[in-house]
Design a protein around this ligand. Structure first.
Ligand code: SAM
Length: 428
């Protein structure tokens, strides 16, 4: 680790510096959000609803339960910020810097009729974000690929909650990512600290009066952490919100009132800074609706035929964009934005209607034809490899369901289930 970093940490930690340095001899802590019963060795964190520390070093990234969306691997301290506040299930939420989607998933799982706009500036990372949202089968997430500045044109005073998990110098990643150590330098800390102030300003434009920003980084540098908040509060009328006590107990008080810090030597995870601020100042909200292309009547007929034949109780709000048909989850203004998913990718028309994997993942429970399997059934691995299953079911489209979650779709005919798991995901 670079001398300048060590000097800064000495100044910050004083007597605790040696414990901090010694903690680098230990392996990094791993965490998991777990949505179905499983026998993973894990310990419940003090905060959260389904958040755990993983006690084994088992590789899980390509396991059936992971493909199913039954688990999401996330560093334990990175799960803390979303738990600082009680999220109202009806809120309009924005995750400004969202990929790979850990915090977006935590928010999506807490919403009922609320929505989440999950945004990522980097194109490739945004694809990963979308794949994670699809894998988890959320029905309430819109994925966008924009510079947060460009979002401000559409969402003035719109959101109840904004997650700003800022791109940072990554000091809290050092134990698990050696690249973060080599990338670190004081110039980058400075760049990040300046960018934080811009990002906070964009968040302010998009937040309702009374709305909340959860600000977090995975770095220890005070210029990217408390200083960013203090500078922002000099210009804006906001209050710092008291943190959830269970989160605070899992870390320690930060350098300003209300902030929480997590270090590898004292906390549940690798490193995180977090603080919640609430907007007092008035803002006039724009409530412009978006412009969306409706389906032509021929297209609508084909989609409706598929939906009526194969599903029940599915009311879709259909729109069309670049030949793809989506279920739009809420009529919000997405004009001129680069939208990866308006909610759920239903499919496309190529003479007939071709259903998309996203439809099977999100609306699995609505399909009439279901093959209920246990996670350790050999057919699960066969399916994930892209093989057809020799199982006799009535004709039609259906889904493989495991513990209430959908693994993906199939087409049943002549005693076999034709595999509709996307080729790009078959990496078993
Ligand atoms: N919130 C994510 C999660 O919990 O999974 C992690 C987000 S990561 C700390 C920060 C993200 O900010 C990265 O995905 C990065 O691509 C993005 N980013 C980088 N530069 C940015 C910028 N100038 N504006 C907005 N986001 C940026």
């Amino acid at each position: 680790m670079k001398e300048e970093f060590l000097e800064l940490m000495k100044n910050l930690l004083g007597d605790n510096y040696n414990d901090f340095i010694k903690s680098y001899d230990n392996p990094p802590k791993r965490g998991v959000r777990s949505r179905i019963n499983n026998n993973l060795k894990k310990e419940k964190l003090k905060f959260g609803i389904n958040e755990y520390i993983l006690l084994s070093d088992e590789k899980l990234g390509n396991s059936p339960i992971h493909h199913l969306g039954g688990i999401y691997l996330q560093e334990p301290s990175a799960m803390a910020p979303v738990n600082l506040v009680d999220i109202n299930p009806s809120w309009n939420c924005l995750d400004m810097c969202a990929s790979p989607g850990g915090k977006s998933g935590q928010v999506a799982e807490r919403l009922i009729d609320g929505i989440l706009v999950s945004n990522e500036i980097d194109k490739k990372r945004c694809q990963t974000l979308f794949q994670n949202m699809e894998r988890m089968g959320y029905d309430n997430v819109i994925v966008t690929n924009n510079d947060p500045k460009d979002l401000t044109n559409n969402f003035k005073g719109f959101f109840d909650l904004i997650i700003l998990d800022a791109p940072c110098s990554g000091e809290g990643m050092f134990r698990k990512d050696s690249e973060a150590i080599s990338m670190w330098n004081l110039g980058n800390v400075d760049t990040c600290a300046k960018r934080d102030l811009d990002l906070l300003d964009y968040a302010n434009i998009m937040l309702k009066t009374g709305g909340i920003i959860i600000y977090s980084t995975c770095t220890f540098n005070k210029y990217e952490d408390e200083f960013a908040i203090t500078e922002f509060l000099k210009k804006h009328d906001y209050s710092v919100v008291k943190p959830n006590i269970n989160v605070l107990k899992s870390g320690e008080k930060g350098l300003i009132d209300g902030a929480v810090r997590m270090y590898p030597h004292t906390s549940v995870g690798e490193g995180q800074f977090m603080c919640v601020i609430q907007k007092n100042e008035e803002i006039e909200a724009t409530n412009k609706k978006g412009k969306f292309n409706k389906l032509e009547s021929k297209e609508l007929k084909l989609v409706n035929e598929f939906i009526n034949e194969n599903t029940t109780n599915l009311n879709l709000n259909l729109i069309k964009k670049n030949n793809q048909i989506y279920h739009l989850i809420k009529d919000i203004n997405l004009d001129n934005l680069n939208v990866l998913s308006y909610g759920v990718r239903i499919g496309e028309i190529d003479k007939r209607f071709i259903p998309n994997h996203h439809l099977f993942k999100v609306f699995g429970n609505n399909f009439k034809l279901k093959l209920e399997l246990k996670i350790d059934d050999p057919n699960v691995i066969k399916y994930l490899r892209g093989e057809q299953l020799d199982i006799e079911l009535p004709k039609g489209y259906g889904v493989i369901m495991i513990d209430g979650l959908s693994l993906g779709g199939f087409k049943s005919s002549d005693g076999v289930l034709k595999n509709l798991y996307p080729k790009g995901l078959r990496n078993f």
